[in-house]
Design a protein. Structure first.
Length: 193
């Protein structure tokens, strides 16, 4: 592998993005009372030198219906995904279920003392262990300075862990409030004994 000078290192970032909802057939959907529809999903997209990675991939593959696993409405998914960004990672997953069965964009992630490299970007699904390589013009591999890369992902991991902790605390509070309401209703119904 050729050495990459510090001037050639790219910058990884994260930017808010939303699932594109084209009216395409054959894509994953959510069943609701009105029938089948695609679910809106907000997520954080990876940026490379300020350019959304999704756009580079969609340029090659055409319309794809995948999102990154960094999503506030599924903090558990993000908490699982971020540590994988330190090895082999699913960069984009199904917006409905995040299952490899629906397909994913994956990468091998390699570390040196001062650099992180994303290589072998490709499409993969659970029926095919082989990764179908993507050829993104001018970007066969992506190289990032290790410290800012790790700092960015560590901050995001802490944020998602807090979101999950807050959601669990809220559910506990709601269950307790529900029990108190049921108990008050029973006391009113049957009187105090």
């Amino acid at each position: 592998m050729p050495l990459v000078g510090k001037e050639a290192l790219q910058t990884l970032g994260l930017a808010p993005a939303s699932r594109r909802l084209p009216n395409l057939t054959g894509y994953t959907t959510d069943l609701n009372p009105e029938g089948l529809r695609q679910t809106p999903v907000d997520y954080l997209d990876y940026t490379v030198d300020g350019h959304p990675l999704y756009g580079l991939i969609a340029h090659q593959l055409g319309d794809i219906d995948l999102v990154s696993p960094l999503q506030e409405h599924w903090p558990e998914l993000a908490i699982d995904a971020i540590p994988r960004l330190l090895g082999e990672a699913s960069l984009y997953v199904c917006p409905e279920c995040a299952s490899l069965g629906c397909g994913a964009i994956t990468a091998d992630i390699a570390f040196t003392a001062d650099m992180v490299t994303w290589r072998h970007l490709g499409t993969q699904d659970e029926n095919n262990e082989r990764v179908e390589p993507l050829t993104i013009p001018g970007t066969p591999e992506m190289h990032f300075a290790r410290e800012p890369y790790a700092d960015l992902l560590t901050r995001e991991l802490a944020r998602y862990q807090q979101l999950l902790q807050d959601a669990k605390a809220e559910r506990t509070h709601q269950r307790r409030a529900s029990r108190r309401r049921r108990l008050r209703s029973l006391v009113r119904l049957f009187g105090r004994t």
